[in-house]
Write a protein that binds this ligand. Sequence first.
Ligand SMILES: NC(=O)c1ccc[n+]([C@@H]2O[C@H](COP(=O)([O-])OP(=O)(O)OC[C@H]3O[C@@H](n4cnc5c(N)ncnc54)[C@H](OP(=O)(O)O)[C@@H]3O)[C@@H](O)[C@H]2O)c1
Length: 321
Amino acid sequence: MQFIRLGRTGLKVSRLCLGTMTFGWSADETESFAIMNRAFEAGINFFDTADIYSRWIAGNQGGESETIIGKWLKDKPRHELIIATKVRGRMWNGANGEGLHRQHILKAVEDSLRRLQTDYIDLYQTHFPDDTTPLEETLSTLDSLVQSGKVRYIGCSNYPAWLLMKNLWVSDVQRWARFDCLQPHYSLFHRSEFERELAAACLDQGVGVIPYSPLAAGFATGKYTRDNRQPETTRESSGLIQRLINNMQAYDALDLVREIAQTHAVPMAQIALAWQLSKPAVTAPIIGARTISQLEEVLGAVDVKLSAEQLQQLDAATAMF
Ligand SMILES: NC(=O)c1ccc[n+]([C@@H]2O[C@H](COP(=O)([O-])OP(=O)(O)OC[C@H]3O[C@@H](n4cnc5c(N)ncnc54)[C@H](OP(=O)(O)O)[C@@H]3O)[C@@H](O)[C@H]2O)c1
């Protein structure tokens, strides 16, 4: 495994981050433990979760993913792992059951710590913006968590560039802890949202970048084809999959990914990840695995070196996304 600094911090994270949204949902506890064991054995020290995973499933309350990670962590060297989680989504009933205000964050962080069975969170991220709460209220609360030691670094997810910059400015002016990491949606099949302005802003500001859905929710693995648009999956209702499965330009791009994968003799998923790892702003893609074999298929991505011509071909074939 290779390691890299998280943005301008001195923290070293593995170049692949393990996403755990599937835990307690499409991966049961046994499979989740196997996935974490294999990831850790392969050198991945960076795990991403969220308090709401996986609340959208009927019967789930949220917190299932954090609970599974907490059980797994009990006999692991806690100090060797970088655990990232998120706050913002609805976790309990009532007017304050969601949001980025002080009342919600201070209860949510205690709940996450209890489920994770740890006394600190390495990276605490705002999951998506909350336009009903002043930035100063959110950032001062996060700063107090950093000062108390409950949280070590803070980050944000799903922020547009102007809002990221405004948050950094407020933190700097107030001398509060600032966001050291952004978690954007980014892949070969979803580019412009990140590349238009966020990539340059993160490079300029020394903000680490951990893109989510780097395999376009499974589309980039090649299991979706023109002739089979309903492969075995749990992600059929994803908005991205729905946009891609009838898009012929997406299949043309997949043809190129397949061709390049054949020349390197690696699975297509590794080409999608190697392309992303070549982008200077990217710290570590967050890979999602539902099974241990899916994880096995992507682990080698950090060792794939694409030529300048292959990178240029992939950029050109996916420019419309
Ligand atoms: N901040 C946010 O708003 C946000 C949003 C989404 C995700 N995330 C984070 O990012 C992580 C990754 O997101 P993601 O799951 O969308 O990432 P992804 O890597 O683009 O997609 C992962 C999905 O693709 C399929 N897949 C993966 N490897 C495969 C393989 N080798 N062969 C065939 N299918 C394969 C699996 O779904 P199927 O087998 O069911 O098709 C798997 O669940 C999450 O776990 C979470 O930590 C954050």
